[in-house]
Design a protein around this ligand. Structure first.
Ligand SMILES: Cc1cc2nc3c(=O)[nH]c(=O)nc-3n(C[C@H](O)[C@H](O)[C@H](O)COP(=O)(O)OP(=O)(O)OC[C@H]3O[C@@H](n4cnc5c(N)ncnc54)[C@H](O)[C@@H]3O)c2cc1C
Length: 436
């Protein structure tokens, strides 16, 4: 029987705070994911009284639902970044992406967070020969800005890394890693609690109103006075709380399945490199072994609009079988979904609007970036006149058609089907040519 809750949650503790809600603190953080907890930790370490509120159970959002792939990077090429922001910012974007990975790995190591950190590397796999060429060029561009551990894997070397004939080579990011995300979240939560942060679940923030001394927060009929507020709601941002942010961040669902236990030998046979895997095709798949090494986890955008995990399951199972036909009869033990937050610039952003700070827009790349930008957002709140990150300069744009509710995503799902078809056509053409 498939369970429709995150695999990561099973047997893991959920923290519940039964204390009375304070009525006054220095800072309120809305959202208890990686961003919110990391920001709270930095603020508390600087001597601020901090409260984190989540509308759901603590850790309900993407931070405990993700694939646990710890990497650097964002979705904007050097050429695009240069065109929109100029060379200096484009270079800084790459350097800070690397810095985010170093920051989060260091946070885990320094505090000995027990989160099954594995230095496994990430292999980005080319769906078409053109993807392989483009990846090599992108890697060269980035290496020229700041070197990092990555190397191309030629098509005939791929069998050392993965047991499928599907891909035309890849790019191996040797410094990337994997974690058990629920454990990372719990570790971060413990650090925040130890630093004196008050963290409450089931406390939806209904309104943030400017007051004489800062802000007045309304939650469950209670009022909390504070001087500063940080919105750390990413893909769960609601327009009734912040129309400004909801207009600028699209909630895009992602879906994950985990297989039944296959055994270490089977998993190693399918993934001999032991890496996290991410595809280049538009409706990309990402997959990895679970920390115990006995199961495979696979994620994909089964749809761009919200559907249930029950509806997504057949699509994900088909993707898994396409990659590994031997798993055709494998049972799926878990299937779940969660929301990523996409900005229109495809880059995250930290900033302040009407005195309310925010850090969000990770576009599906938040395991390293969200703790890092949570920390940077906290520094901004502590020292507003200083520049702390290049992500203060990225664009947080709105679009005339997006007012918070992504009504157009069904159409986008259909469009992606066309793009998938196009990708497959390119692939078949390349395969035919290879046979000649
Ligand atoms: C299925 C999936 C797979 C992913 N895989 C990866 C991966 O492998 N690698 C990677 O780098 N990234 C991945 N990501 C992205 C990554 O998980 C996110 O970018 C990151 O967790 C964002 O953290 P956050 O703290 O900003 O937001 P979240 O963890 O989503 O937390 C936001 C919180 O805000 C709360 N909230 C919203 N409104 C209110 C309100 N009014 N009052 C109080 N609380 C509120 C929500 O309840 C939620 O808990 C994935 C995401 C998903 C969904």
């Amino acid at each position: 029987m498939t369970q429709f809750t995150p695999y990561w949650w099973q047997d893991e503790p959920h923290y519940r705070n039964t204390e009375t809600l304070p009525t006054e603190v220095d800072c309120v953080v809305v959202g208890a994911g990686f961003t919110g907890l990391s920001a709270a930790l930095t603020l508390a370490n600087a001597g601020r009284q901090v409260m984190v509120l989540d509308s759901q159970m603590i850790g309900f959002g993407a931070s405990t639902r993700n694939g646990g792939m710890l990497g650097s990077g964002h979705k904007v090429s050097v050429a695009d970044a240069k065109q929109h922001y100029g060379s200096t910012i484009a270079d800084q974007l790459h350097c800070e992406a690397n810095a985010s990975l170093a920051y989060t790995k260091n946070l885990i190591k320094e505090h000995a967070i027990d989160c099954d950190l594995q230095m496994c590397g990430r292999l980005r796999t080319a769906w078409t020969p053109d993807n392989f060429t483009a990846m090599a060029k992108a890697n060269d561009d980035l290496q020229n800005i700041e070197a990092f551990a990555a190397r191309m894997v030629a098509p005939d070397e791929m069998s050392k890394h993965i047991n499928t004939p599907l891909y035309f080579g890849g790019l191996l990011y040797e410094g990337h890693a994997s974690v058990q995300p629920k454990k990372l979240h719990f570790g971060l939560l413990q650090l925040a609690l130890k630093a004196g942060v008050h963290v409450f679940g089931e406390q939806p923030v209904q309104a943030v109103k400017a007051s004489l001394n800062g802000f007045c927060i309304s939650t469950n009929g209670q009022q909390i006075d504070c001087q500063q507020v940080l919105m750390a709601t990413n893909g769960y941002t609601q327009s009734k709380l912040s129309a400004f942010l909801a207009k600028r961040v699209m909630p895009v669902p992602s879906f994950i399945i985990v297989t039944q236990e296959l055994g270490k030998e089977v998993v190693q046979g399918l993934l001999p490199g032991g890496h996290c895997m991410v595809e280049t095709r538009q409706r990309f798949c990402y997959y990895r072994a679970t920390p115990c090494g006995k199961r495979i986890m696979l994620g994909s955008r089964a749809a761009l609009h919200a559907i249930t995990p029950q509806q997504a399951l057949p699509t994900l199972k088909a993707k898994l079988t396409e990659i590994f036909p031997s798993l055709k009869d494998t049972q799926i033990s878990h299937c779940w979904t969660g929301f990523t937050g996409f900005s229109f610039s495809k880059l995250p952003n930290i900033g302040c609007h009407n005195g309310i700070y925010h850090a969000l827009g990770y576009c599906g790349n938040g395991v390293a970036m969200a703790p890092y930008l949570g920390h940077k957002a906290a520094l901004k709140m502590l020292y507003p006149d200083k520049k702390h990150s290049v992500f203060e300069q990225t664009l947080l744009q709105s679009r005339f058609y997006h007012h918070g509710s992504p009504w157009y995503m069904k159409g986008a799902s259909a469009w992606y089907k066309v793009r998938d078809g196009w990708d497959n056509l390119q692939r078949h053409k390349a395969l035919k040519q290879n046979k000649k």
